[in-house]
Design a protein around this ligand. Structure first.
Ligand SMILES: CCCCCCCCCC/C=C\CCCCC/C=C/C(=O)SCCNC(=O)CCNC(=O)[C@H](O)C(C)(C)COP(=O)(O)OP(=O)(O)OC[C@H]1O[C@@H](n2cnc3c(N)ncnc32)[C@H](O)[C@@H]1OP(=O)(O)O
Ligand SMILES: Cc1cc2nc3c(=O)[nH]c(=O)nc-3n(C[C@H](O)[C@H](O)[C@H](O)COP(=O)(O)OP(=O)(O)OC[C@H]3O[C@@H](n4cnc5c(N)ncnc54)[C@H](O)[C@@H]3O)c2cc1C
Length: 672
């Protein structure tokens, strides 16, 4: 069978309604239609062409991004796109740009931390892009430790101004995207000092460049921090360095929703908790979780289509085997396909949680803020780590051709992998989750009932008294055959019991230390494992919740069920040590789980291509010869190779200089 015939043949085997699945994936019919329209708009406009990025030098790459970002903005205005449509357009343009930080962090920081008055002044300018902003928090010396930032904002009551200053080299702002060459303004995070007293880190709106000639304002030094990992990749972004030499700004440019500074330099705390200063990060972490499923599904789409097209080794009748039919390939690929769906649904749920906490904050209800912080931090960490690893696994699943830029995977990896670091290093964020869990466990004895994602810890209070013998867990009696693993309550109980037991065991170990902080530091590696178990439980439980909903479309729910159990059973297999050592399941039940997993792979196999088609990605967005919708891989790969600048001429530059003299010299030597 020719390459172009394989994928249609695969599609003919589909056992579910792909169009209905497209709507489930998008979230709603409306979201699907918007997304589909924007994807086509971008794909059909030559201005958004992106297939030459890996061949461009830094300056060309950056200028190209400026062109695309400003053109996208022009189209947004011309077509009067809604915020939702504009967001999708930016997504399909698929090129990191200063606009991400302007819309994604600068605007949300003002909205979340500015007073009404400040919002009225700055937001209209930002919305029209009459000013362009970035988020300048991280410094050369400190990123994770926000309280350790060194930039100072000292109040001068005589002039009613703050003096922003970089006292050391390590206080230079370092990393902010959009800062290096574009932003006119920044929300700068600095230590507030009034009347000689320190009041912690706060955000300040600072103008950096002239609105007339774009030159840095007096006292300000700015530049780009240099090339980053990967050729094209994140190098479209001008991550920058910034120092201040006693730069003065009016008092009303401190973002004062949390704390007000009066003209006398007095600090007045509002009823809003101090942590709201970190609110922009919570917002962005939530968007990063939603984005993880996009990056992961893109890599999986490429690897799945290519695995169907690629044949390796013969079978009896002489037709070589499609590599997707190897059980080892399925065991590596299908859990990633399942994760893409799992992250999609947990991303939807997290968006709901974020909206809920935002509404509560507006009504002065701060009770769910710690949980929102733990969930956004933990899920950001879990999903980005898994996605970065998965993109690399997809490259390997595509064999040698996966290493070619034409596969789209090297660039995707290079653009994606910093997500494990920005918006909080993934380990640092898991430690935040661990703190939250340990606090929750320590309060169980006092009768405080945990709610939301930690409610399960309340249900296993017995564990606090060490009554955690295997026999107390219902799963032990419920699983006697492989199919028993397909019961939602059983799966949930297994993940809850594992996480609860890990949390309680860690809490008990912490209790052995005289100083809890010493204990936390000593046991931090174990604590991170408990945080991972808790986050995996959230993902599994939200996928199971999704299955409880009414899901229209022939066979759609069945496919989602298969994927949900693949996701959960694969985790169970990978973390078997946790499940066995906490006594949640027996070795025999673990073996049954594996049998069930293999059976699910066989059920997914005929639907694999349709399950990635349901992502509805255009070839433009995928940017991969291996992942083409038509499966016409080999002719196009061959064609692509000839586009390389090295093939512009038959003889390479340098032939006369290096190759010829070398060959002549060998000829001369051999005659000797
Ligand atoms: C029209 C066109 C439309 C186009 C749309 C475009 C949209 C684009 C969208 C794109 C979006 C994004 C693009 C991505 C680009 C990425 C760019 C990257 C940016 C960055 O990286 S910004 C910098 C991020 N930095 C960090 O994340 C730093 C990490 N560190 C921290 O967060 C914290 O310091 C900490 C969590 C490690 C805490 O440190 P610690 O010193 O222990 O804490 P304290 O400050 O003392 O506080 C302790 C208590 O506070 C609680 N806490 C901590 N953080 C939070 C929080 N965020 N919310 C609520 N509560 C918090 C903590 O739990 C402690 O509580 P306790 O006292 O225990 O009760
Ligand atoms: C592409 C990119 C874009 C960025 N954009 C922006 C931006 O727009 N604005 C902005 O302000 N910043 C930005 N950043 C900065 C980013 O937020 C920080 O790099 C990130 O928060 C990590 O902080 P760090 O660099 O200080 O890492 P470090 O904290 O120095 O981490 C180094 C190592 O130490 C470990 N570690 C640190 N603390 C602990 C601890 N307490 N316990 C155990 N291990 C620990 C970490 O796990 C890591 O392995 C960006 C970064 C990147 C890569």
């Amino acid at each position: 069978m020719e390459g172009v015939d394989i994928l249609p043949h695969e599609r003919s085997k589909t056992q579910f309604d792909v169009d209905a699945m497209k709507i489930v994936w998008a979230g709603s019919r409306h979201a699907f239609e918007v997304s589909d329209r924007m994807a086509r708009l971008v794909a059909s406009d030559p201005a958004f062409q992106k297939d030459n990025r890996s061949r461009l030098g830094r300056k060309e790459l950056f200028k190209n991004t400026l062109r695309k970002a400003t053109y996208a903005w022009k189209r947004i205005l011309e077509l009067r796109l809604t915020e939702e449509e504009a967001g999708r357009l930016r997504f399909f343009v698929d090129e990191p740009a200063f606009t991400d930080l302007h819309w994604g962090m600068f605007v949300p920081a003002i909205k979340g931390q500015g007073t009404e008055e400040q919002q009225q002044k700055w937001l209209p300018l930002a919305y029209k892009m009459q000013i362009i902003g970035c988020y300048a928090q991280t410094e050369l010396g400190h990123g994770s430790n926000v309280q350790g930032l060194e930039t100072t904002a000292t109040f001068d009551p005589d002039k009613d101004e703050f003096v922003i200053h970089s006292p050391t080299l390590t206080s230079s702002k370092w990393w902010p995207g959009g800062l290096g060459k574009v932003s006119t303004h920044a929300v700068v995070y600095a230590r507030l000092i009034t009347n000689g007293e320190e009041h912690g880190v706060h955000g300040f709106i600072v103008q950096l460049r002239s609105l007339d000639d774009h030159m840095p304002l007096p006292g300000i030094t700015i530049g780009d921090i240099g090339m980053k990992f990967g050729n094209g990749a994140y190098n479209t972004m001008d991550n920058g360095v910034l120092t201040f030499d006693h730069v003065r700004i009016p008092r009303n440019q401190m973002l004062m929703r949390v704390l007000q500074v009066t003209s006398e330099g007095k600090c007045v705390q509002s009823n809003v908790p101090r942590q709201l200063i970190y609110g922009t990060m919570v917002f962005v972490r939530q968007t990063i979780v939603a984005d993880a499923s996009s990056a992961l599904s893109r890599a999986v789409c490429i690897a799945t289509r290519y695995s169907a097209v690629r044949r390796q080794f013969g079978s009896q009748d002489g037709v070589e085997t499609q590599v997707i039919d190897y059980k080892t390939q399925q065991n590596r690929l299908f859990p990633l396909l399942a994760s893409a769906y799992a992250f999609r649904f947990v991303g939807e749920w997290l968006k709901w949680l974020y909206t809920d906490v935002t509404q509560r904050l507006q009504a002065n209800d701060f009770s769910t803020l710690p949980e929102a912080h733990a969930c956004t931090a933990g899920l950001k960490s879990l999903t980005t780590t898994a996605t970065a690893d998965a993109i690399e696994e997809c490259r390997k699943l595509c064999g040698g051709h996966g290493y070619l830029c034409a596969s789209g995977l090297p660039e995707l990896f290079a653009v994606y992998v910093p997500a494990c670091t920005y918006e909080g290093d993934n380990v640092v964020l898991l430690l935040q989750v661990a703190r939250f869990l340990m606090k929750t466990v320590s309060q169980l004895g006092s009768g405080k009932k945990p709610i939301g994602t930690t409610a399960y810890l309340g249900r296993v209070q017995d564990l606090m008294q060490c009554r955690c013998e295997v026999q107390t867990v219902g799963i032990i009696y419920s699983i006697n055959a492989a199919e028993d693993w397909l019961k939602p309550s059983v799966m949930l109980e297994a993940f809850e019991a594992r996480s609860a037991r890990m949390c309680v065991a860690r809490a008990q170990n912490l209790g052995k230390f005289a100083n809890p902080e010493d204990g936390f530091a000593e046991l931090s590696a174990d604590l991170v494992e408990a945080a991972v178990a808790h986050c995996q439980l959230i993902v599994v439980s939200k996928f199971l919740d999704k299955l409880q909903q009414d899901i229209p479309g022939n066979g759609v729910k069945q496919q989602l069920q298969n994927l949900c159990y693949i996701y959960a059973l694969n985790l169970l297999h990978k973390h078997l040590g946790d499940f066995l050592s906490t006594g949640c399941i027996t070795p025999k039940q673990a073996s049954l789980a594996n049998d069930q997993l293999r059976s699910l792979y066989s059920q997914v196999r005929p639907n694999a291509i349709a399950l990635v088609d349901a992502f509805n990605y255009t070839d433009h967005y995928l940017g991969s010869v291996l992942g083409r919708y038509d499966g016409n891989v080999y002719p196009k790969l061959y064609e692509e190779a000839w586009k390389d600048p090295l093939n512009d001429s038959v003889l390479p530059d340098g032939y006369n200089e290096y190759i010829r003299p070398l060959l002549k010299q060998q000829l001369h030597n051999s005659r000797l």
